[in-house]
Ligand binder design. Structure first.
Ligand code: C2E
Ligand code: MG
Ligand code: MG
Length: 590
């Protein structure tokens, strides 16, 4: 093996010359050197075996192969060269009478052939140039194609495979698992509160967060597992060679904890959690698409239960999800099609036996049943329908209160339940003010009932909204008081005018000394603070008696009147014997 005329230019061509005849080899090398004006690096191999070794170990732009070699037929050598370095063009050299063999070589993948006796500097120069240019062009094309393929099958933000390539990879993984008798665990991730990161810290921080989550998922998996981003804040991981559901659960809990750890985004600390749905092959589904749907469904359930948790797919989950979608779609139409109605429940003064107001309670006429707000209000909150729904309720309730005034001289108050979503909607106070103005209801006759849970995470926006509502002049009532975890802290920090003591305490009061003491304590505390109280859920004369003795004035509950539709409530207002008059005139009460 001899090298000839090494050159250092970028356009230097590296040629592997395979020629057993030393004299012939020298002649060709001289021609090559002359042809490329010194910019050619020729490596010489005398036989097939050494040529193959050099092809594997080195890098060449072109191979010049003699078709008549001692240790193997030229065609055989060509085929083996194509295996050793598939992309390197091979030019074969044949004697004049070797025409058929040269043709065979072209069919076997040679790029061109040269007749040895016709070789001269010009021909060699031209052939080499064509071969190399063609090779470089093909290589470039190949790179472009590879890049395009990468972009089509990967997510450009995280570099993870996308949905299409994940589904393909998952199907192959399931086939392997079937052959090997192993399991595949599929984990569907949805980040909780990702939108808030985007909204509060900006899109660049959101992107950085997604990249960091991708990195944590990559680090938590083996090379053979599949990790992909399906879009938005949804990721999916397939863990192979799982042997039981317990292993899947352990893995999911681990990664849930890792995702929940601190992120530092452009210098700002932030925390985030994920809801994870898990499905296992072969138990839950037989093919990739169905398995993904099962994990997705389980994720929905994890989210609905309050996020930051892992749920395994269970039979029947799909039916629950289908029902949920049906409800969401129906709810969207309900406002427009007049299928929402308000019921009203009286609130009365225990001492004077007067009606003081009513709470508006939403009902959804869905087919032939009335759906309870405890079923659809949480769905409305998750889907963002809560704001438009709440506005409808508010307007309808204020209009009703105005109408009562026209049939009854004493002004009545109206209580309207407000969801947490409405509170985090900044223009809420001005919407309330506008509705009061449109309907003509004086602000001090409206009680907005907030649940403790909706204000427990009160942030700056919620607090500003509450202060804004105070400025509008409405009364703020804390609903279900005593059921949250920091009821007293809320009283200290938030502008609250009234407490609605939760019905669980009233129900417990009949049998539990502790509950009686708690109700008494809450009533006294409110009195000290100058806050009005309403006791909810009064069902029996005994409860009424207990409350009266402890200084309670305002009550609401089935004993005094169940929630009823608009027309029926108006009849009760003007009736000489309304439902609350009986229990309140019971002599045992006093
Ligand atoms: P809430 O505001 O605490 O309303 C009181 C619930 O207790 C009502 O249930 C009422 O019908 C029920 N109730 C009243 N008296 C008694 C009683 O003596 N015994 C028993 N066992 N229950 C009694 P409802 O109407 O099913 O409403 C459930 C919850 O749904 C409400 O609890 C409120 O948080 C929410 N909600 C109702 N309407 C709306 C609305 O328009 N918007 C929003 N955001 N939430 C609403
Ligand atoms: Mg309420
Ligand atoms: Mg309540």
């Amino acid at each position: 093996m001899r090298n000839l005329a090494p050159a250092d230019s970028n356009s230097r061509i590296s040629v592997l010359l395979v020629e057993d005849d030393a004299e012939e080899a020298l002649r060709i090398m001289e021609m090559l050197a002359a042809a490329r004006a010194g910019s050619v690096l020729v490596s010489h191999a005398e036989g097939v075996e050494s040529a193959l070794r050099m092809l594997i170990e080195g890098s060449y732009d072109v191979v010049l192969l003699d078709l008549t070699l001692p240790d193997g037929s030229g065609i055989d050598a060509l085929l083996r060269a194509k295996v050793a370095a598939a992309s390197v063009p091979v030019l074969v050299m044949a004697d004049e009478d070797n025409g058929p063999q040269a043709l065979q070589a072209l069919r076997a993948g040679a790029q061109d052939y040269l007749v040895k006796s016709e070789l001269d500097t010009q021909l060699v120069a031209r052939t080499l140039r064509h071969a190399v240019e063609r090779h470089r062009m093909l290589r470039h094309l190949n790179e472009v194609q590879q890049r395009e393929h990468f972009l089509a099958t990967h997510d450009s933000l995280t570099g993870l495979p996308n949905r299409i390539s994940f589904q393909r990879g998952l199907q192959a993984a399931l086939e392997d698992a079937e052959r090997e008798g192993t399991w595949v665990g599929l984990f569907f991730f949805d980040l909780d509160g990702f939108k808030a990161v985007n909204d509060n810290l900006g899109h660049a921080a959101g992107d950085a967060l997604l990249r960091e989550v991708a990195e944590r998922l990559r680090n938590a998996t083996r090379k053979s597992d599949l990790v992909a981003r399906l879009g938005g804040d949804e990721f999916v991981v397939a863990v192979k060679h799982i042997h039981d559901a317990h292993a899947a659960a352990t893995w999911a809990e681990d990664i849930r904890r890792q995702i929940g750890q601190r992120y530092v985004l452009e210098g700002t600390e932030c925390w985030l959690t994920a809801s994870i749905g898990t499905a296992v092959y072969p138990g839950d589904a037989e093919d990739a698409e169905l398995l993904t749907r099962c994990a997705d469904t389980a994720m929905y359930h994890a989210k609905a239960q309050g996020a930051n948790r892992v749920r395994f797919y269970e039979d029947g989950m799909n039916a629950a999800i289908a029902e949920r979608f049906r409800l969401v779609n129906g709810l969207r139409d309900a406002v427009a099609s007049g299928h929402l109605v308000l019921h009203f429940q009286p609130q009365v003064d225990l001492l004077s036996a007067d009606l003081v107001g009513a709470e508006a309670l939403l009902r959804w006429r869905h087919g032939d049943r009335l759906v309870s707000p405890s079923v659809f209000v949480p769905i409305a909150e998750q889907t963002g329908l809560a704001v438009s729904l709440g506005e409808w309720v508010l307007r309808e309730a204020c209009e009703s209160a105005m109408r009562w005034h026209s049939i009854q001289s004493r002004p009545l108050r109206i209580g309207v339940n407000v969801s947490g979503r409405q509170l985090s909607d900044e223009p809420f106070p001005s919407r309330v003010a506008a509705i009061l103005q449109e309907t003509g209801l004086p602000p001090d006759r409206l009680d907005l009932e907030l649940t403790e849970t909706s204000v427990i995470d009160a942030n700056a926006t919620t607090l500003a909204t509450l202060c804004g509502l105070r400025d509008v002049g409405v009364r703020i009532a804390m609903d279900d008081f005593g059921t949250g975890y920091s009821s007293l802290t809320l009283l200290r920090e938030l502008p609250v005018d009234a407490l609605k003591i939760d019905q669980s305490f009233i129900h417990g009061a009949a049998t539990s000394e502790r509950d009686i003491a708690l109700v008494g304590g809450m009533l006294r505390m409110a009195q000290e603070l100058g806050i009005t109280t309403i006791c909810e859920g009064v069902e029996t004369p005994e409860q009424l008696q207990l409350l009266r003795v402890r200084g309670c004035r305002l009550v609401q509950g089935y004993l005094l009147g169940k929630p009823v539709g608009q027309a029926e409530f108006e009849e009760q207002i003007v009736a000489s014997q309304p439902p609350w008059s009986g229990p309140l005139s019971d002599p045992a009460l006093f």
